[in-house]
Design a protein around this ligand. Structure first.
Ligand SMILES: NC(=O)c1ccc[n+]([C@@H]2O[C@H](COP(=O)([O-])OP(=O)(O)OC[C@H]3O[C@@H](n4cnc5c(N)ncnc54)[C@H](OP(=O)(O)O)[C@@H]3O)[C@@H](O)[C@H]2O)c1
Length: 288
C-alpha cells in the first residue's frame, strides 16, 4: 500500500537538527528526544504503558495507539496528560494497514512532526502442544508482530526522510534468537521483524534516522502473567521502559535486554543445535 503524505509537506514545521550531548558515561544522547512528538503502539498496557508514562511530560506530544477494547488506553492518556503531555489516543488494530496509517497521519496532522516511533504492540499466540491450529496461530503472530510493525512505521517514513531526523524503535524479543517447543510462530514473527528492521536501518542511515531493534527478555506484563515456566531475569515493565528509553536515546542498533535473560538467550543463539535441543528438552521435562 502506498501512503501519500505529500500534502503534509506544507504543514510540517521546520525540525531543529538533533542536538547531541553526552550522558554521564560520555555516550552521545539526542537532546531533542524527550521534547517532541512520540508515537507509541500498544500503549494501553505493559511495556507500552510504562514507556508512555515515562516519556510523558511538558512539551511532549504523545500519540498512543491500541485496539481500545476497554478503557485502558484512555486511562493511560489521562495519566500522561496529568504529567503535562499533549496526548492523542487512537483506537486501531496495527494489523489493519489502513486504520494504522490513518492514525499516524492524524497524529502528523495535529503535531506536524515526528521524532520517535515505538512499534511496541504485540501478541504472543502460542499453541498448547497441539498442531491443529498452527496456521491460525502463525498468522495471528505475523499479522500483529510483523505486519503490525510495518503498518506502524511506513506511514512515518516520508516525513522522517524529509526531516532528516528521528528515531524508530521496534520492540522485538529474545525469542527472535532461538525458539522453544511452543514459541515457533511467535519467534518467527520476531525474527522476521529483526531482519526487516535491519534493512530499514540501512535504508534510513543516509537520512539520519536511527532504527533501534530491542530484543526484550521476560517482563512482568499481561503477556507473561499466565506463563507456567521459569522466566529467568524477569523485570518490571517500568524497568523495561527505562532500559528501552536509554537504548533509543543512544541510537543503539540491535540490543538484547536486560542483561540476564538477554545474556542467556545470546548464549543460546550461539549454541550448537544438538546442545540447544538437549538444554531445552531437559527444561521442558522439568517443567512437566
Ligand atoms: N512481556 C514480555 O516478557 C515480553 C518479552 C519480549 C517482548 N515483548 C514484546 O513487548 C511488546 C509489548 O508486550 P507487553 O508484554 O507489554 O504485553 P501486553 O501487556 O499484553 O501489551 C500489549 C499491548 O499491545 C496492544 N495490542 C495487542 N494487539 C494489538 C493490535 N492488533 N493492534 C494494536 N494494539 C495491539 C495491547 O492493547 P489492546 O489489547 O488494547 O489492543 C497492549 O497495549 C510486544 O511486542 C511483545 O511481543 C514482551
Amino acid at each position: 500500500m502506498s501512503i501519500d503524505l505529500s500534502d503534509l509537506a506544507a504543514r510540517i514545521k521546520p525540525t531543529p537538527l538533533a542536538q547531541c550531548t553526552l550522558d554521564v558515561r560520555g555516550r552521545a544522547v539526542d537532546e531533542n528526544y524527550m521534547k517532541n512528538a512520540i508515537f507509541i503502539t500498544g500503549a494501553s498496557s505493559g511495556i507500552g504503558k510504562a514507556l508512555s508514562l515515562r516519556l510523558a511530560g511538558n512539551g511532549v506530544a504523545l500519540g498512543l495507539l491500541s485496539r481500545g477494547r476497554d478503557a485502558s488506553l484512555e486511562e493511560v492518556a489521562a495519566l500522561c496528560r496529568e504529567k503535562g503531555a499533549e496526548v492523542f489516543a487512537y483506537a486501531a488494530d496495527v494489523s489493519d494497514a489502513v486504520a494504522t496509517a490513518a492514525a499516524a497521519q492524524a497524529f502528523l496532522d495535529r503535531v506536524g512532526r515526528i521524532d520517535v516511533v515505538v512499534a511496541n504492540a504485540g501478541v504472543s499466540a502460542v499453541d498448547q502442544d497441539d498442531e491443529a491450529n498452527w496456521l491460525d496461530i502463525s498468522k495471528a503472530n505475523m499479522d500483529v508482530n510483523f505486519y503490525g510493525v510495518i503498518n506502524t512505521i511506513v506511514p512515518f517514513i516520508d516525513t522522517l526522510k524529509r526531516q532528516k531526523h528521528g528515531s524508530l524503535a521496534i520492540i522485538s524479543s529474545i525469542s527472535a534468537l532461538r525458539a522453544t517447543h511452543n514459541s515457533g510462530p511467535y519467534s518467527a514473527s520476531k525474527a522476521a521483524v529483526n531482519l526487516w528492521s535491519e534493512g530499514l536501518r540501512l535504508r534510513l542511515r543516509p537520512f539520519k534516522v536511527s532504527v533501534t531493534t530491542l530484543c526484550v527478555g521476560f517482563v512482568d506484563t499481561a503477556m507473561t502473567r499466565s506463563n507456567k515456566f521459569w522466566m529467568p531475569g524477569l523485570i518490571s515493565a517500568d524497568k523495561a521502559a527505562a532500559l528501552i528509553d536509554s537504548k533509543i536515546r543512544r541510537k543503539v542498533r540491535l540490543t538484547v535486554l536486560p542483561w540476564t535473560s538477554g545474556g542467556i538467550w545470546a548464549i543460546f543463539h550461539q549454541m550448537p543445535g544438538r546442545l540447544y535441543d538437549l538444554v531445552i528438552d531437559t527444561a521442558k521435562k522439568r517443567q512437566q
